[in-house]
Ligand binder design. Sequence first.
Ligand SMILES: CC(=O)N[C@H]1[C@@H](OP(=O)(O)OP(=O)(O)OC[C@H]2O[C@@H](n3ccc(=O)[nH]c3=O)[C@H](O)[C@@H]2O)O[C@H](CO)[C@@H](O)[C@@H]1O
Ligand SMILES: C=C(OP(=O)(O)O)C(=O)O
Length: 420
Amino acid sequence: MEKYIIKGGIKLNGTVRINGGKNASLPILAASILNRSLSIIHDVPVLKDISVMMEILQTLGADIVRKDRTVYINTEKIKTVEVPESLMRQMRSSIFLMGPLLSRYGKVRVSYPGGCEIGPRPVDLHLKGLALLGANIKERYGYIEAEAEQLKGTEIHLDFPSVGATENLMMAAVLAKGSTVIRNAAKEPEIVDLQNFLNGMGACIKGAGTDTIKIEGVQELSCVEHTVIPDRIAAGTFLIAGAITGGRVILKNIISEHLESIIAKLKEAGCKITSGEDSVTIEGSLPPKPIDVIRTLPYPGFPTDLQAPIMALMSIADGTTVLTETVFENRFKHVDELRRMGANIKINGHTAIIKGVETLTGAVVEGKDLRAGAALILAGLTAEGTTVIEGVHHVERGYEQIETKLKALGAEIEKVQVDS
Ligand SMILES: CC(=O)N[C@H]1[C@@H](OP(=O)(O)OP(=O)(O)OC[C@H]2O[C@@H](n3ccc(=O)[nH]c3=O)[C@H](O)[C@@H]2O)O[C@H](CO)[C@@H](O)[C@@H]1O
Ligand SMILES: C=C(OP(=O)(O)O)C(=O)O
């Protein structure tokens, strides 16, 4: 078993390059199925979820080569439309295979996807949308099967602006006959990136980034070359690392517009932040000021993926913060672990009331999901003494070599192998 061991209390100082986004890369890799030819994708992060998606594509018959940060995928020889259950269960994003396979081959068979346990994560909106596009869907024996000789453009109104459903339906509609309109679509930057990738291969999509996306079906698609947008959640995490240590951190390769909601909250916490064209600098000052209210919301609201990290910061604020999680049912698994480190947090339904304490203290804790793990690393960076964090495999789903990057900023952090 691997663990992170952190000696806290060091102000971080230096520059970190933010890698291409996990959440942007995953649907884009799945979308490479659509062109039945070559996709060249730059700045694909080296992460567990990405290797699972590449393994799935390879199992389906795609040729994949990674050279450094660029992935070359040729999907000309896809030979099956069934994704093995063992791979489906490894992450939530395996559901992205449905739209492209159904659209391209008229058939798909997958099991229910896995992923972090942050509350129920149904796929009803994905399936409802695919059915509206004309798919005949059967859910039986733990599998979802969908068939349609030719998907047909239609109007889809999402009950909730689900990121994954918007992306899956965009991919499904690209080769459908006629026009599709997705209303109440999610507006996340990763959806704009997917639109740009798909349009790069010849799709005709407009409106990503707004709540109405229009897709005019086309018959054929071709090769594409694309660079994935920077990971705004990793960027937010490193900004909080600067804030929580009272340090000075410069992020390179970011799109500052994507960070507006987190930057606004970190300014409320008393941090000095300056944004350049593709960089941002944070200067933290301790103790952080409390942020009165934080509510997670779909983009451009405060991202649920930064809820746990900002809670770590507010644990040492000079006052009380009320933080409400509105996107996921059960995303407070970090709270008990932060309490072990001395945090004073009360939970009332979906709301956490965080009374800042003067210092956190090192303890043995477990990151039970990806962002919970990140929050505990952040807490460990500020805590007195040594923090041992279990659950490295969750963190590695979404952060590329986080320990190496934090070390380069001056942190005392090691990833160690421990006999379990
Ligand atoms: C790979 C990826 O991009 N993951 C992100 C994506 O996840 P994901 O695409 O799974 O998130 P969604 O936006 O779909 O989910 C938001 C909410 O909608 C619900 N829902 C979703 C689909 C559905 O069919 N039915 C339904 O009820 C979910 O249970 C959840 O409560 O957006 C989330 C919200 O910003 C982020 O936390 C994830 O990091
Ligand atoms: C919940 C997350 O990812 P996924 O949707 O891939 O589980 C995340 O990135 O925080």
